[in-house]
Design a protein around this ligand. Sequence first.
Ligand SMILES: [Fe+2]
Length: 276
Amino acid sequence: MKLIHITDTHFVKPGEMLLGLDPKARLDAAIADINRHHADADLAVITGDLTHWGHREAFENLKDSLAKLSIPVKMILGNHDDRGVMKSVFPETVLDENGFVQEVLDLPAGRFLLLDTNLEGTHAGWYCDNRLAWLERQLETSGDLPLFLFMHHPPCRLHLEPMDRIGLVQADAFRDVVEPHAHKIRHIFFGHIHRPVAGSWLDIPMSTIRSTNHQVWLDFSNRDTIPGSSEPPAYAIAMIETDSIVIHFHDYLDASEKYVMGPVNYEDWNPSTAAE
Ligand SMILES: [Fe+2]
């Protein structure tokens, strides 16, 4: 299975700029690149902060851009989003029994669990008892299916103090629910950080990528403010097979020169063949 991971599109109203950048132009460029090179992908998932202010016009602006994407797309909420506005602009959005944007997707690679860590009025991640109960039920009833989690906020500290301060408030309760089932979870895709980060939590591999708009600079000494940067935008391509998951981070606006480094002749380079 081939999955495209996009995050933190931070859409604003048509024609508006955000931090000197046009979020629509940046996502449109990603969509054109995906359509050209990854039209065979099974799905794209956008892991939250779909919009910057949660405005209806911003969601409609996003909808206009996504109409050009040639592969199916799923979205989850980030701290910048508005649940009700998202549902009204994208009526196909699936809600759980408590009205949260949480969904179960059965796909060739396994079962995808899309989580909602949004709480209006805060940039921190919020995963209340109702959402924990939903997740626990999904984990307990998924049998031996390989599982994949998608969430805006990372499940653990990333040692980037300003971002950790707006991390998942119920991290301990979240860990208690996930830990008994960790061996079934093959990967966690998250957003929120606007940086490439990979690692593991409870031995579960996890990763995120840069935003399609603005980025967070890597500064471990900074504690009180979020350091922004103009690093390039990215999306990721995840190749999910039964025995491997390979994730490529792609700076799709990179304008540096591309050239042929040299030919690859397998017979010449393979010692076992060359010896014959
Ligand atoms: Fe964001």
